[in-house]
Design a protein around this ligand. Structure first.
Ligand code: NAP
Length: 309
């Protein structure tokens, strides 16, 4: 039986790996469908402390992996699809493989919801289509961009982008924003933001270098299709946390995010089971906050294990 199994190889998972490995727990980190997590889809990370010249997301995750394995963490590819936390031994199943652990740190992340339109995948991550203004906004200085969505995230992204971009067009499928009133009012009133209502993005169009140059948008009331020139397409239509195996085992909120115990950011209702990163955080969703939660979860797991040893 393992001391601790960590699910996920994003910032939260590897940070938990570094801390539990340095605590001599020989953690096993299980890598799922997106090795390295969401940062591997970002070209350059400029806001992770310690990298004044920026670092590309892939290299950063590679460094975290090296740091964790250097101290004795083991990484194995296994997509956990079922768990049983009812006994003292926590059981995890990946197809027909079975793992057993005293403690489990769930750091399975979240996947941004995408539109599923032509051009989106081809230009995603470095070619103009992105899901993170905080990560990529600064690359679009003095350029025209669009944001897709009508919730708080879309408004937040649009407002953030006004710091860099010459114009931000917010495209929403209905005639009112879902966002909180204050965010909606701020967004609509901003002189750099134009809102295109009742409209759905149909396609992202590339330039000759394969970078985004425009989108086509259909007005859902008039059916008129227009083209909007933009170098950046920021999709903010929500995230889908990777929490399916924990349904009915741990508390999830109405959007599927794991809900930590009320007096801790990382403990759950089951002793020895901890959460970290975007699978349990729909508010901050930053690499550094995920790393922070990974550290907290590791320290809690170590304390709990040492009490029982
Ligand atoms: P959200 O509230 O679920 O909003 C998603 C938006 O995307 C909605 O406007 C929705 O349109 C639109 N959408 C969904 N699927 C779409 C599709 N296929 N095509 C086009 N549009 C689509 O998600 P969120 O904005 O990420 O917020 C998630 C939670 O975090 C919310 O509770 C939010 O309040 C919170 N949050 C808070 C803050 C803050 O307080 N500063 C910041 C960010 C997020 P419809 O409106 O038509 O459904």
């Amino acid at each position: 039986m393992e001391n601790v199994i960590i699910l996920g190889t994003g910032c939260a998972g590897f940070t938990a790996g570094i801390y539990t490995a340095r605590a001599n727990l020989r953690p096993l980190i299980l890598e799922g469908k997106q090795p390295g997590g969401q940062l591997t889809t970002t070209s350059e990370v400029e806001n992770f402390p310690g990298f004044p010249d920026g670092v590309d997301g892939f290299s950063l995750m590679d460094q975290l992996r090296k740091q964790a394995t250097k101290f004795g963490a083991r990484v194995e590819h296994a997509f956990v699809d079922r768990v049983d936390f009812s006994g003292e031994k926590k059981l995890l199943f990946a197809g027909d493989k079975k793992f057993e652990a005293s403690a489990v740190i769930i750091a399975t992340g979240a996947a941004p919801r995408l539109l599923g339109i032509p051009g989106e995948q081809e230009m995603y991550g470095g070619k103009g289509v992105t899901t993170c203004a905080t990560c990529d906004g600064a690359f679009y200085r003095n350029m025209e961009v669009v944001v897709v969505g009508g919730g708080d995230s879309a408004c937040e992204e649009a407002l953030f982008l006004t710091r860099f971009c010459s114009k931000v067009t917010l495209i929403h499928r209905r005639d009112e924003l879902r966002a909180s009133r204050i965010m909606a009012e701020r967004t609509i009133a901003h002189k750099k933001i134009e809102v295109v209502w009742d409209s759905a993005v149909q396609e992202v169009l590339p330039d000759e270098d394969g970078m985004a140059r425009a989108i086509t948008v259909k007005n859902l009331k008039t059916e008129e299709v227009t083209e909007i020139c933009c170098k950046g397409v920021f999709i903010a239509i929500g995230h889908v946390p990777n929490t399916a195996p924990f349904k009915e085992i741990l508390e999830l909120d109405e959007n599927g995010y794991l809900v930590p115990d009320s007096n801790s950011m990382v403990k759950t209702s089951i002793e020895g089971v901890y959460v970290a990163g975007d699978c349990a955080d729909h508010v901050f969703r930053q690499a550094i906050t995920a790393a922070g939660m990974g550290c907290q979860a590791a320290i809690e797991a170590e304390r709990w294990l040492s009490e029982g040893m």
